[in-house]
Design a binder for this molecule. Structure first.
Ligand SMILES: Cc1cc2nc3c(=O)[nH]c(=O)nc-3n(C[C@H](O)[C@H](O)[C@H](O)COP(=O)(O)OP(=O)(O)OC[C@H]3O[C@@H](n4cnc5c(N)ncnc54)[C@H](O)[C@@H]3O)c2cc1C
Length: 500
């Protein structure tokens, strides 16, 4: 268990028996205070005499964290699409802004599937949060930590730092943008054996596992049957993530493996399993048909109308939803891209207002993004449940809307009554800018709304459009240049298939 000992200090870092004082103590009203406490896991297990010595070394320092003009503390949880877009639009001079996230960078998720096979390098799509803050001259503090608990009455958050210490901070206003995580739907074996594709660590893990299995399959003592099993890549989930990953995998095999290890490349098989009758159910039926045709043409086996019953170490069992027949499929790697659910902190917050927050999928918010049943807490993006799909577009539009609402509120000098002020504004309405998905073989599909209808396109031109969109949407010129360079290098030299 982690020991948390509350000491009224701000930015006094306590690690073991060392303490670094950053600011001297001053007294002030609790609401004007921001406490930051770190306590070491080790102190819990230390013998009594050592603990006493340790405690004697600890001194408390209290400091004002709000500006002298008494600005309210606004805490943003997360550095994803929702929170980072909010941060970019927010006039941070109006608030005492603190960003808390275990991830010290923004991740451009649309290009994450391409990092699994080396089409794009990892760092190219990671934008350090401090660059974003610095470039936009934001007056912001960033704490690299995970928010693990909340006391909505005391308006206090518990944070866990990467070094496993515990800290507490107070807030006046809280915006929760902790995003979602994968959902196994309780399918036996998925957690233990499948790979996921949500964060950069996931992409790196897939890249390493692909390399390991391919290398293993190349050993002379590997039987043909075992080689075929190892080189069978199964993707579960026919949504954009699953389809894009299958497309990238196909490109790796046809463009690189076939050159470097032709004897193995001919044995690689990709199977895409989807429970619904078709892939990409949210797209126009014409584009769905085009995608399925292209995937099949690229040699990807489509198993639509099929659910995964369980996953073992080397085989998975699937069930045909039409006739109920079950079959066992040997595999080498399985990537689970079949659904998402809100992250744990969203459920921690839900548990504080269980009678109102009754949806197990995430935080129920109102039209003004406030978490129902709470005061001064807003939420956006994938950790919420609303009529909008879990998309980067939705999260970033919500972030922009909320930042503008806070900016307007500050301007109207209504900071004392944030909720009513924001609730008085026109509600958030999502406006889709269209949908794009890369499907492999330099082909993509695009569906762009135009007046009351939408323009649809599929093929190499749509792929160019998708690439231009990615370069345009990346958060900095540095990232756009890095990605463009990665693509150029790949076109000239092929993918960098080595993994450290
Ligand atoms: C492979 C892939 C491809 C995608 N492609 C597209 C696409 O092309 N177009 C599109 O519209 N959408 C796409 N999406 C969906 C899109 O990425 C998500 O909808 C979007 O990231 C949601 O934004 P968010 O801010 O809610 O969460 P996220 O972007 O996931 O950010 C959550 C943040 O919260 C932090 N966090 C987590 N737990 C805590 C905690 N306890 N305390 C503090 N911080 C915490 C995380 O570290 C992270 O910084 C894709 C998703 C994936 C996985």
């Amino acid at each position: 268990m982690l020991v948390s000992r509350k000491v009224p200090v701000n930015l006094a870092l306590v690690a073991g028996n060392r303490m670094r004082m950053i600011a001297p103590a001053t007294k002030g009203a609790r609401s004007l205070m921001h406490t930051f406490v770190l306590s070491s896991r080790n102190t819990h297990t230390a013998p009594a005499h050592k603990l006493l010595k340790l405690q004697n070394h600890r001194r408390s320092y209290t400091t004002r964290t709000t500006k002298p003009d008494g600005k309210k503390t606004l805490v943003l949880l997360g550095t994803g699409w929702g929170s980072t877009t909010m941060l970019k639009t927010l006039d941070t001079s109006n608030f005492n802004v603190i960003v808390v996230s275990p991830r010290n960078y923004f991740l451009f998720t649309p290009l994450l599937p391409s990092c699994t096979v080396g089409t794009t390098e990892n760092r190219s799509i990671m934008e350090p949060i401090r660059h974003i803050v610095g470039r936009n001259n934001k007056d912001v503090r960033f704490y690299e930590a995970q928010c693990t608990d909340i006391d909505p009455k005391a308006k206090q958050l518990t944070l866990q730092t990467p070094s496993d210490t515990v800290a507490h901070i107070s807030y006046d206003y809280l915006v929760v943008g902790v995003g979602g995580t994968y959902n196994t739907f309780g399918t036996p074996g998925v957690q233990e054996h499948a790979l996921f594709l949500k964060e950069m660590q996931d992409a790196s893990k897939i890249r390493r596992r692909l390399k390991d299995t391919i290398e293993r399959a190349g050993f002379e003592d590997t039987t043909l049957e075992e080689r075929k099993r190892l080189l069978h890549m199964v993707v579960v989930g026919g949504g954009p993530t699953g389809v894009e990953f299958a497309g990238e995998l196909h490109d790796l095999i046809t463009e690189d493996l076939s050159k470097w290890v032709p004897g193995l490349a001919k044995h690689v098989r990709i199977t895409l399993v989807e429970a619904l009758p078709h892939v990409l159910p949210s797209f126009d039926p014409k584009l769905v048909k085009y995608t399925e045709h292209t995937l099949r043409k690229n040699g990807i086996q489509l198993m639509t109308g099929t659910t995964v019953k369980r996953v073992g170490r080397t085989t998975l069992v699937v069930r045909d939803t039409k006739d109920g027949r079950e079959s066992e499929i040997p595999y080498g790697n399985i990537v689970w891209a079949a659904g998402i659910q809100a992250r744990e902190f969203a459920h921690t917050l839900r548990a504080k207002v269980p009678h109102v927050q009754t949806n197990a999928r995430g935080l129920i918010i109102d039209d003004h993004l406030r978490v129902k049943g709470t005061g001064d807490i807003w939420a956006l993006g994938d950790c919420t449940v609303s009529k909008n799909a879990p998309l980067a577009q939705v999260a970033s539009q919500q972030g922009k809307w909320l930042a503008r609402a806070f900016n307007a509120m500050a301007k109207e000098r209504q900071a004392g009554d944030a909720y009513n002020s924001i609730a008085a504004k026109a509600p958030f309405v999502y406006a889709s800018k269209g949908s794009l998905a890369y499907i492999g073989g330099e082909r993509a599909i695009a569906e762009i709304p135009a007046f009351s209808t939408s323009i649809t396109a599929g093929g190499p031109l749509a792929s160019l459009f998708w690439k231009s969109y990615c370069l345009w949407e990346l958060f900095s010129v540095r990232s756009s240049l890095s990605v463009a360079t990665d693509w150029a290098k790949r076109a000239v030299f092929g993918r960098h298939i080595s993994v450290d």
